[in-house]
Design a protein around this ligand. Structure first.
Ligand code: PMT
Length: 363
């Protein structure tokens, strides 16, 4: 506990509830041993700082070690996660965001913050994530069931340029693909995420390759596909792009205009058609009607091992929503994953994928 934490809740309460000693002072850690704080840092398998104030994040980002917690962070070699909690205006301050960005680049993992009512009476981003969420996310990385498995995941929309200022795109936010990347990484996988333009930061520990168009996505995915164990096509890839890219801004013409479109390469089908080094291939299907029929057809036509179908154009599922529901199909099987957070669905889908891969390997 930091000194500020001790002013909110007494160390004795923590000690009584957890049944473990509470450390708060550099010099009182293992009193007989002046190196107690170093031993404590070595002892930890993982450090989770929750709640982390703007002050603590600032100290961590700038190498300041003036109390037990900031000293432990500097001395630690284990993974470190931070669950920020602060007023929404403090969270939005560029200096705080810069500190967070620096820490992320150094491998510190951020859990939250969440949005909503704040202790100060304001509303916005900055609430500490729910303790259960912090525990689940913090402990997930220790599961390791995907240790060493290489995942290649596409996410987000593509942008198909018409001229230097306009493009054709869709409503994908990238949330589903990013949730899958985060969940796979936290289960121990090596994850490469090829992402269309979205506003989210890449999940901790994931190698993210930004792209804009379907052709660029294809160019980044194909050389990596045969090096991967699993490919998941979550991206909403444009089926067509403007046939001609105007070099200058297209001027207003008559009452109507026509744009000729040309087919884009089908990325997931190309990965599934690999003759050598073909990964386990999972596609997504975004449908507004006849979900099962269209999804099954896509699985057959693109030669996929599995397809996760979701409704789009409805509230609380599909594009941009934080929640979704998936109907998953594979050869001779299917499973409904009912409405839940995209992060939860990502984990559930990964477990289905693991089971199918194991089944395939044993037959
Ligand atoms: O990003 P979010 O806002 O979180 O929304 C998530 C989502 C709705 C985008 C996601 O869950 C989803 O359904 N992704 C697939 C969207 C899509 O393009 O579906 P489709 O039915 O048009 O394509 C079928 C499959 O072919 C998909 O795996 C797609 O990635 C792939 N495809 C399509 C066209 C193309 N040229 N290349 C492809 O690889």
């Amino acid at each position: 506990m930091t000194q500020a934490a001790g002013e909110f809740v007494g160390a004795l309460s923590f000690q009584a509830l957890t049944g473990h000693p509470v450390h708060s002072d550099i010099l009182s850690v293992e009193e007989e041993n002046a190196m107690g704080h170093i031993n404590l840092a070595r002892w930890a398998d993982q450090i989770i700082i929750a709640p982390a104030t703007a002050n603590m994040i600032g100290k961590m980002a700038n190498g300041i070690a003036d109390d037990l917690l900031s000293t432990l962070y500097l001395a630690a070699e284990c993974p470190v996660s931070v669950a920020p909690a602060m007023n929404q205006a403090m969270w939005a301050k560029p200096v705080v965001q810069q500190n967070i960005s620096n820490l992320k680049q150094q491998g510190v993992r951020f859990i939250g913050p969440a949005a909503g009512d704040q202790a100060c009476g304001e509303v916005g981003l900055g609430r500490m994530s729910e303790p259960e969420d912090i525990c689940n996310r913090g402990l997930a990385g220790r599961d390791g069931i995907l240790n060493g498995v290489k995942f290649l995941i596409s996410a987000g929309p593509t942008r198909e340029a018409l001229d230097p200022v306009r493009y054709i795109t869709n409503r994908s936010s990238g949330k589903m693909g990013y949730a899958l990347a985060e969940a796979a990484q936290s289960l121990g996988a090596e994850v490469t995420l090829v992402s269309g333009p979205v506003t989210m930061s890449p999940p901790f520990g994931v190698d993210m390759i930004p792209v804009e168009s379907a052709q660029q996505m294809y160019d980044q995915i194909m050389p990596r596909a045969d090096q991967s164990d699993v490919y998941i096509g979550t991206a909403a890839v444009a089926d067509y792009r403007p046939k001609d890219l105007a070099m200058h801004k297209i001027k207003k013409q008559g009452d109507q205009m026509q744009i000729a479109l040309q087919k884009n390469p089908d990325i997931v089908a190309s990965v599934a058609a690999l003759q050598e080094g073909r990964p386990f291939v999972v596609g997504f299907a975004a449908e507004t009607d006849d979900l099962e029929q269209y999804a099954q057809n896509k699985m057959q036509q693109k030669n996929l091992d599995m397809i996760a179908a979701n409704w789009v154009g409805q509230a609380d599922s599909g594009f941009d929503s934080d929640r979704n529901a998936l109907q998953v199909y594979w050869n001779n099987g299917s499973q409904m994953l009912p409405t839940a957070s995209k992060r939860q669905l990502a984990e559930d889908l990964l477990h289905l994928i693991i089971v199918r891969i194991n089944e395939k390997n044993t037959t």
